[in-house]
Design a protein around this ligand. Sequence first.
Ligand code: PLP
Length: 465
Amino acid sequence: GEKKRSADKKTHKRRSKVTVLKGLQTGEDSIRVAAKQALQQFGDTLDEPVSVVNLGNVINQIDLWRKYLPNVRPHYAVKCCPDKQIIKQLLEGGCGFDCATMQEINTVLALGVSPQDIVYSHPCKPRSHIAFAKSQGISLMSFDNDVELRKVAAVYPEAQLLLRVVCEDSTAQCPMSLKFGAKSSTWRELLRMIQELKLNLAGVSFHVGSGCKDPESFEPALRDAKEVFSLAKEQGMQALRVLDIGGGYPGDRAGFETIAPVIAEKLARLFPQTEYPELNIISEPGRFFAAQTAHLLTKAYAKAKLPATDGTSEQVCRYYLNDGLYGSFNCIIYDHVAVHPEPLSSEGLERPEVPCALFGPTCDGFDVILEKHMMPELEEGEWILWRNMGAYTSAAGCNFNGFALPKAWYYRVSAYDQQQSQETGSPFANIQIRAGEVCTLETLGIWKDSKPLRCGKYDFCSARA
Ligand code: PLP
């Protein structure tokens, strides 16, 4: 008790910054409750969209990853959602980070990520960014062509290189093979060049495409990686020690639970520990951590009721929302997702459905979120909830026409909280963290009894250095 009190005292300063909000009863839809509390906090006059971020989902996902792929250390792909609180939560959980640019590297370094925990994953990098990586001691980086090798030789010959091999990813939500990855016909020559230029090949990377639907995509990719390992050995290179299995994992639990055991089996079969005792297996999940961590709230700030354009007698409700294709909903174009609006007010949910069109706020006629949709009629000023909008949304949005990207509002409801609440019979608390606040799992009271993510290969970077 004494010990706990002094620990409480120590963290008091930090804890006092955390606002404990209204309790949530078991069985309530925590996303809707959190969204309503966010709006209460911001006030009725708010005209900007809101991203309601559940840091508890980050913890859930880390736990899920540890359960199914304990020997693969995740490096969060920052591009997917560069939210600082999400990054901090992942850092606390022992994750590494996948950065694609100098700016992303800067973001994570400023949050305390160590250079050894970063993989610089863009296969084609500007010279200035490579030089920056060198200045910061970030050595692990991918490449997929000879021109890049010459560039690295000139700017950062000490770099530890990952040869990114091309994947057959035609069934993925977002294929990448058109743009990235070395074809098998080039591997031998690239390896020879590495030797000639006296560069360091650390291992192999691949990406099966973002939103991978078929875990069988990992089979040829892993076989290809294995082949590069053999080629390197054949050419008398030092044994390769890094296998980077990229991103592509779904953000929903059921999807991951289908894919992950298949990947684990393939890794165990194709890269058994007995044969590759020193191998560090890493990955670059983005969507997996971000997709269900943030939900979007948009306001129908304008409304018009007009006759349908198709000649029917029905009227169509046109809503103009404060976020659109140039903001969070760019995911419709670039990430090929189907989005689902849901009236936020409980009473609104009960109203009969009417035909409507949902538009983004800009003056561009192309800025249409849903052209034809059936949903309960809304009044001007009502809010709409869009679930699971964390991955590839605001990250790629802009302020075209002067419209703002969402404000973030943070809370935490994790499986751990729910379990605690069931065990103690008390409602679990939602916690809001103010922007910029230092939050740690300890200050948030998370994972008091469970260990942070330290998978078998956690020391991979220090071992490398
Ligand atoms: N790694 C690289 C090199 C990528 O380009 C991407 C996505 O574009 C990712 C990882 C993350 O992919 P995902 O969000 O599908 O996990």
